[in-house]
Design a protein. Structure first.
Length: 496
């Protein structure tokens, strides 16, 4: 029977993005059967796939360290994680060889049945001739079947992957993600870029309640929130306190746009401040463990420090890390908010955040590649969007254009270089706008650098006065309204 595999697992198996597989599907190079791929098609499309893939083995070591040792009681005499990983590999290979043999023999039996019918219908043959014909045919067919494509390696790797990572499919969206070790379903979902509904993350509020449609889950943390007997009978669980033992299908609430997320007010702790250059302050804040911020990448918050007037500021971090928030704040002399932040006596300040707000969010339904244009600290929300796109792992290509204006210089360049090094679908280009080379005058260079505008979505965060010129230039060059999202710099802090 042909073996099918989900898109997420296939991407992991051959080490490519989901977007790359989706593009092969669109081009007709891979067939899908109810959203799944044939394992044999995958092997033909990626013939270099090998079980010895070291990244997978390294990952296994990490997972074993983090998870298996926690699950097994310390007084049990168990093999170490490397030994377990090696044994799983051996078992996977044996399983794959056995499966392949069974499949070949099943094919042979089907062919044999047909051959018998064919010979029985041939009245002209004597019993001896029929036997000799059958014997010759059998020997030849057996040799051909045994010499057929050897796919044991990929089957072994897929079986191995099944042990190491269970797959979660969310209904009704159809979103999928893999869950490793003893991560909770909520943790793994957020890390994969999904905006699942939740509140406390520790079993108190019940907001992450979800219904298991199929598969097996396991409690990984106790919870105080009480599920009624009826709810338990219907399969309801708390996603923050359970992990998946087998592949599961779950009915769960997700946020799809900014209206699906409630406004929150949280007192956070200023954890760290960095000055990558004289013009920018990178503020790291931490929420309480039991009151994390739920937001969509690209949104902004109102920040209030002591009695100072609140300041709108875009979030520069990924919603997949909901406790650790980052903000890129322009250093403007005379701005009381900035001066208070830079005051060493207030370095342990408590900050009140309120939000989130804003619609500068990723269009997750779009299959197009992503283009980001960030002017100065517009890199903040753009960074949040890029990190979210990386967590989703669905964009085929990501292009970042960073522009610094007069009096400003680019910051966090190392971060961008690390993305370029780590991702083969990411490109970063930088520009310096000057009095004679304005931001608008750089747009033709950006467009000349890009192919096929129809296949791209544009996200630009620029100073408010440039919103109209940027929009009219891009729409005048073939970018439709559906392909364009614009945001004014929120960190427009003036001296007061
Ligand atoms: S998020 Fe509050 S109980 Fe799970």
């Amino acid at each position: 029977m042909p073996r099918l595999i989900t898109l997420s697992r296939a991407a992991r198996l051959v080490g490519v993005k989901r977007g790359a597989l989706q593009s092969k599907i669109q081009q007709g190079e891979l067939r899908t059967f109810e959203g799944e791929l044939l394992l044999s098609d995958l092997l033909h499309a990626y013939p270099q796939t090998r079980i010895e893939d070291t990244t997978m083995l390294e990952r296994v070591e990490q997972i074993m360290e983090q998870a298996v040792n926690k699950v097994i009681r310390p007084d049990e005499d168990t093999p170490d994680s490397n030994t377990l990983a090696a044994r799983i590999l051996v078992l996977s290979q044996e399983l794959a060889q056995t499966r392949q043999k069974a499949r070949r023999h099943a094919e042979l039996i089907d062919m044999l049945k047909l051959k018998f019918e064919e010979l029985a219908a041939d009245a002209g043959q004597t019993r001896d001739t029929a036997f000799s014909t059958l014997q010759a045919w059998f020997n030849q067919t057996l040799a051909a079947v045994e010499a057929s494509d050897d796919d044991t390696e990929i089957i072994a790797k897929e079986a191995f992957l099944r042990v190491m990572a269970a797959q979660v499919r969310i209904l009704p969206s159809g979103h999928e993600f893999l869950i490793e070790g003893s991560d909770s379903i909520l943790e793994a979902g957020l890390r994969s870029g999904l905006a699942l509904d939740y509140g406390c993350s520790n079993g108190n509020c019940g907001k992450c309640k979800a219904k298991v449609v199929s598969g097996q889950v396991k409690l990984v943390a106790p919870h105080d929130f009480v599920l009624s007997e009826t709810e338990k009978g219907l399969g309801y669980i708390l996603a923050c306190c359970n992990t998946a033992v087998t592949d599961i299908v779950l009915e769960a609430e997700e946020a799809f746009d900014s209206h699906d997320i409630q406004r929150q007010k949280i007192e956070v702790r200023v954890k760290k401040m960095e000055r990558p250059n004289d013009q920018v302050l990178v503020l790291h804040a931490k929420t309480p463990r039991t009151n994390r911020l739920r937001f969509l990448a690209g949104q902004y918050l109102s920040l209030q420090l002591d009695d100072l007037p609140p300041q709108d500021c875009s979030i520069a971090s990924c919603p997949c890390d909901d406790m650790n928030l980052q903000f890129h704040i322009p250093v403007v002399a005379g701005n009381p908010f900035v001066e208070a932040l830079l005051d060493p006596e207030k370095s342990t300040a408590r900050l009140c955040i309120e939000g989130p707000q804003g619609d500068f969010t990723l269009n997750e339904d779009s299959p197009r590649s992503l283009v980001f244009i960030a002017v100065d600290t517009g890199f903040g929300p753009v960074k949040s969007l890029i990190e979210h796109a990386m967590a989703l792992d669905s964009a085929e290509n990501i292009y970042l254009y960073r522009i610094s204006t007069a009096g400003n210089s680019l910051y966090l360049g190392n971060l961008c270089r690390s993305w370029v090094d780590a991702l083969d679908n990411f490109r970063c280009t930088t520009f310096e706008a000057t009095a004679s080379d304005s931001v608008e005058s750089l747009l033709p260079r950006i467009m000349a650098d890009l192919d096929d505008v129809d296949e791209l979505d544009f996200y630009a965060c620029v100073p408010a006065e440039l919103l109209d010129p940027v929009e009219s230039y891009l729409t005048g060059h073939g970018v439709t309204a559906a392909q364009l999202r614009l945001e004014a710099l929120r960190q427009n802090m003036s001296a007061q």
